[in-house]
Each structure stands twice: as structure tokens, then as C-alpha cells.
Design a protein around this ligand. Structure first.
Ligand code: SAJ
Length: 406
């Protein structure tokens, strides 16, 4: 039996996937409300295919509880935030979960850490806890790091099809865990050591962050000299060895906007390109805010209450608002003591910010200018409703005449 610890955005789909592929799974989370929701037969976030997977897993007998189980395999999928000042990974949730596992784990159990951690975190924070509890690693407890790679919005497909990495001290233990993931994963699974696995995960997200920053920097250069960044990227990408990503209003989510900071925090004098890239991405909501004021001025619009931000989530077609560029922009606006921007997102049904609307039509009726912060399918399918408005399109999705870009 596998005990999955932490039933959030990664732990829940992983637990469901294993259960629906014949593995006996019990999911544990300390959040009683979340466990009650799952036990009442409801999922806790929206994701393509998740509800169907949930039903399959329920039929297969998955259980949810707040208590840790006595078993031979644990998968720890708890959050790893970063410390905003030191930029280093904050492993407190991982350490707390491992400590709780140790209270019940029998001799020989394998503890798999799925949470993203910076290289050396397991060595520095997890191993000492296990040793301090009197266990010999490699005999009493085995350690594995198997970082996830799935993208919100396409999690179920990617869980099945992505290649994976398993880092272990002991090759045989690594192979055993590879076999467990092979119960559902159709991709290749590479077995390596723990520190290499830690580094690969952070490097993958850093690669994307740096490349998004490059696109954002190009957008700023092109804005400065009135060039069309999208046309330029399109043409450059026709070169066989060029593949530039897209500029946007900022980088959100719990991964790409966070993980690269771990490398900056751990290697401040070495991670220069990464540091600059992260600052560029973090500066985009402010850049958009300035652009809003510029366009308002150009159009003789002086009431910020007549401007609306479309989208609150960190990216399209998900309900996840973590590190969302829109929230960052609103914070920045508050710092300038100029609140009043209207906000709407079809995926956010509860009230989370001031001046928030829950109907697209009512939102559009209340503004003269719309800023497309997120490219949800809903707005792509309703572009005609923007005609007659001043539009600042941060994703190049609107082909109405006179549209502004970042
Ligand atoms: N973004 C841009 N321009 C682009 C692409 C993305 O501005 O060209 C923005 C998005 O709008 C969003 C942010 O970047 O705000 C991140 O979105 P994303 O779709 O690039 O990635 P995430 O954070 O949803 O998921 C990433 C993925 N990592 C990589 O692609 C290397 C996923 O595979 C990881 O599993 C996930 O992080 C994670 O959990 O670490």
C-alpha cells in the first residue's frame, strides 16, 4: 500500500492515478476540510479529466484520511515555498511530513519526496531528521526523490505520458520505485542519485523562466522603439534553431515563478542570468500597470474605475491564483494608492479582491478599457464583446482594430 502525504495540486492527481491503475492507495492530508470534501465525493480543484480520474480511483478503493498509515511506501507531496528574503527553499513542510511519517513507518519503508526542492535540500534538512530519530538511512528507512513534471491544465495527460526522474541512494530501491510509477506512467523513467534529481527539477523550471524573461525583455525593447514583438518572434522562430517563448503580463504559478529563486538563493554569486531573468519576470505586472496609465492618458480616460482586468488566475483555463500576475498588479496599484481597477475571472467564483465581478457582461458594461491579463478560452470565444472598448491585450489574442499590446 502507498500512503500519499499531501493531497494538493500534485499529490491528489498522483494518488488518484496510482489507485486507478491497481495500486492500493491511502491519501493523507492534515487539512480536515479538504479530506472531508474528498470523502464526500468531491474534488478540490478544477482540472481537465480530474473528476473522471477521481471516480475511477474511488471505484478502485482509494481512501482519504488525516492520519498517517503504517505501510512500506510513502510519497510526500507537500508545498515547498521559498523564503522571500533569502530566496532559499523553505523545507519546513517536507521536514514536518517526514517527521510524522517516521512516527509510524516500519523498518525498511521507502520515503519518496515528490515536492520540488533545491539541490542538497534532502541532504541538509531531511537526512539529519531521520538520523536524529535514530534510524539508519539505507537500512531502516530508504530515501528517494521523484520530482513531478506535470503542467496544470494538462495534468492528467502529462501524468500518463511525461518521462520521469527517480533519484535514490540505492539503485535497487530506485528501480523498485520506478516500477511503482510504471504502474501508470508510459514515459521513460530515469533512475539517478538524489542530488541530481533535485537539480534537474529546478533546472527545468529555470530554463523556462529564463526563456520567458528573454521574451519579456524583447517586448520591452520593441515597445521602446515601436516594433511588433509578436511578428519578430514569429519570424525568428522560423529559424530551425530558434524557439522563443511568448511575452506576457508576468509569470505566476507555484513553480516557474518560485523554483529558479532557489538557485539564486543558494548560488548568489553564480546564478547571474537567472537572477536578472527572475527580476525581469517579476517586473512585468508593474510594466503592464504603467502601460495602462499610458494608454488611459492617450485616450483621455482619467478614471481608473472605468478600467477592468480580465483574468485573476496565473494562467489560462485553470482556477489556480498562486503568484498570479493580476494579483501582483493589484498589489502594486495599492502601493501607488490608486485602487479601483475592476476585475473578473470566470474560474474564480468566490470574492477574493475588491471590485470583482462574476458575470462577463456586467464586467464589460462597467468599463471603457479592458486589459487581457489571462487568455482563458471564454474570452477568446467572446472577442466580439470587446468591440468599442479600449483593449490592452497582454497575450496577442485579440484581432480587433486598434488593440494595444504590452
Ligand atoms: N508564461 C509566459 N510565456 C510563455 C509561457 C508561460 O509568460 O511563453 C507564463 C504563464 O502565463 C504563467 C507562467 O509563465 O504565468 C508559468 O506557466 P507555465 O504554463 O509555463 O508553467 P507552470 O508553472 O504551469 O508549470 C511548470 C511546468 N514546467 C515546465 O514547463 C518546465 C511543468 O511541467 C512543471 O511540472 C510545473 O511547472 C511544476 O510543478 O514545477
Amino acid at each position: 500500500m502507498v500512503n500519499v502525504i499531501g493531497l494538493g495540486y500534485i499529490g491528489l492527481p498522483t494518488a488518484l492515478m496510482m489507485a486507478s491503475h491497481g495500486v492500493e492507495v491511502i491519501g493523507t492530508d492534515y487539512n480536515e476540510k479538504l479530506v472531508n470534501t474528498l470523502n464526500a465525493g468531491r474534488t478540490t480543484f478544477k482540472e481537465d479529466g480530474l473528476d473522471e480520474l477521481f471516480q475511477d480511483a474511488l471505484k478502485a478503493g482509494i481512501k482519504f484520511t488525516t492520519t498517517y498509515q503504517v505501510t512500506d511506501t510513502y510519497i510526500v507531496s507537500v508545498p515547498t515555498p521559498y523564503d522571500k528574503f533569502s530566496k532559499k527553499v523553505d523545507a519546513c513542510y517536507v521536514v514536518a511530513a517526514v517527521k510524522d511519517v517516521l512516527k509510524v513507518a516500519p523498518k525498511g519503508a521507502v520515503v519518496v519526496i515528490e515536492s520540488t526542492v533545491s539541490p542538497g535540500t534532502i541532504e541538509k534538512f531531511v537526512r539529519p531528521e531521520i538520523e536524529a530519530a535514530g534510524y539508519v538511512i539505507g537500512e531502516d528507512i530508504h530515501l528517494v526523490h521523484a520530482p513531478e513534471r506535470i503542467i496544470p491544465g494538462n495534468m492528467v495527460y502529462e501524468l500518463l505520458h511525461n518521462n520521469r526522474t527517480v533519484g535514490a541512494d540505492d539503485k535497487a530501491v530506485g528501480e523498485k520505485i520506478k516500477k511503482l510509477y510504471s504502474s501508470f506512467c508510459q514515459g521513460d523513467i530515469v533512475v539517478t542519485d538524489i542530488k541530481t534529481a533535485e537539480m534537474t527539477k529546478v533546472v527545468e523550471n529555470t530554463f523556462r523562466a529564463v526563456n520567458i524573461a528573454f521574451a519579456n525583455e524583447l517586448a520591452k525593447i520593441c515597445r521602446h522603439d515601436d516594433m511588433d514583438v509578436y511578428e519578430i518572434i514569429k519570424i525568428c522562430n522560423m529559424h530551425p534553431r530558434v524557439n522563443i517563448l511568448q511575452p506576457g503580463p508576468g509569470v505566476g504559478g507555484h513553480c516557474i515563478s518560485v523554483d529558479p529563486w532557489f538557485l539564486v538563493g543558494d548560488y548568489p554569486s553564480l546564478a547571474k542570468v537567472i537572477d536578472e531573468s527572475m527580476k525581469t519576470n517579476d517586473g512585468m505586472p508593474d510594466f503592464v500597470l504603467n502601460r495602462i496609465y499610458e494608454i488611459m492618458k492617450e485616450n483621455g480616460l482619467n478614471d481608473v474605475k472605468r478600467v477592468g482586468l480580465y483574468g485573476l488566475t496565473y494562467k489560462e483555463n485553470v482556477d489556480d491564483m498562486r503568484e498570479s500576475p493580476t494579483l501582483q498588479l493589484l498589489e502594486s496599484q495599492e502601493r501607488h494608492l490608486a485602487t479601483g481597477l475592476k476585475v473578473y475571472d470566470p474560474f474564480i467564483t468566490s470574492d477574493v479582491v475588491d471590485n470583482q465581478f462574476h458575470s462577463l457582461d456586467e464586467f464589460l458594461d462597467s468599463v471603457d478599457m479592458v486589459v487581457l491579463m489571462v487568455k482563458h478560452n471564454e474570452i477568446k470565444e467572446n472577442m466580439n464583446k470587446l468591440s468599442g472598448k479600449i483593449v490592452l491585450d497582454c497575450h496577442n489574442i485579440c484581432d480587433l482594430p486598434g488593440v494595444y499590446h504590452i
